[in-house]
Write a protein that binds this ligand. Sequence first.
Ligand SMILES: [Zn+2]
Length: 460
Amino acid sequence: MTESSPPNPSNLTISGRFDPEEAQTFRHVPFTVPDGVRQLHLSVTYNDRIDSNPLRVGGNTLDIGLFDERGTAAGGPGFRGWSGSNRLAITVGSDWATPPYVAGPPRSGVWHVLLGGYKVGPNGLDYTVAVWFDAGIAAPPLPRLLSEAPRRDALPPAAEANWYRGDLHLHTVYSDGDSHPAQVAAAAAEAGLDFIGITDHNRARSPAGLVPEGDGWPVLVPGVEVTTYAGHFNVWGVDEWFDFRDPSEGGVRRAIEAAVGAGGFVSINHPKPFGPPWEYPALTSLVHAVEVWNGWWSRLNHVSVRYWAERLRRGERLVALGGSDMHSLGLAGAPDDPLAPARLGSPTLWVHAPGVLTAWGILDAIRAGRCFVSESPGGPQLYLSRIEAGIHARVVHATGDALLLIGDCGVVRAMPVLDGDSEVTVSLADLPAGIPYVRAEVHRAGGGIRALTNPVWLAG
Ligand SMILES: [Zn+2]
């Protein structure tokens, strides 16, 4: 989606600078919108631009957002959107707006451009914001969207009743992804997924309404990835936005408490090097879940599993989740090239949701930890449950792999999966005395994880 450029000189320009020591701070740059304006256009230029990849340093990356005349308060109605470093030009008008910005009449008053110096290199970051009123920029054409239900890939069905597969961590053009939410939904359905979560970074409005519903389409779980300069967390099941501008521990604590208080299900994301990492260990106990598997497994996800397992050993009942963090439908790579972009459904989250599948049923399942993660929509499937006699594990489509049962003290049982569909029951008497929980993992015989479950808690 490319928009045309304004034909005339801008109505006003504002220049400023971030010094290197001002990296990772936000500022609100005010400008006044006069009466009677129907469309605003903003363009931002700055020196030494590099992209937002956390591995790239030495230059400047500027994040951009917009607040209208209703003000800049956390969670307030004035937030019109945040496009990170993904866009240098924004149009907001009465009838359309550049994604992810919210369309609507640009009412008169003091607006604010939000600028965040994500990276500020040794030369400093000198910026100029130019603003046009009523430049008459036409809406770009919408991408072609499927009008009927998408065709689904033939996948092995869930071996147990009421289990569904999906991917709750996805990005679209409503932040820095390359596809419209409806295109992501169609691709998810074609990949065999039953549900999706769209978690665009710091989006102002819920993605509900942008995704087709009904027959053949995946169930949408509305979400947002709250993206701060020292860690990201996902919130599902809410329409609100949560403040990302104060990266101090107190600021992020307030944002998490607001998300939990609003009824959201909250997960810290990719707590591993280059994730970007999660730098608020003291706040982890406030959330519900940890994303232990983000994108290709070999991108240091074992660090995230170790982080979660350490919390479990302390008795913190955090739910383990996995999500692809897919940004690009077109460029998705393969597991043997972990530096390639993530692929939708790699990994896949499986949930146990009795009844008709709804967003609330999916959220109830993950709240209760009734979920496991597999490397792809094809599996393997790994079911772990508490039964009267002890613990029951069933693994499906994993011939030649190894099934591990793991407690706080390490691996308590390991067995080869000789047949594609294998089951094992371990009685409580055969487990170490006082073991608080058991969880399961499937590994390739030659190394590399393929699936992992949440724990079954035995104590308390
Ligand atoms: Zn993230």
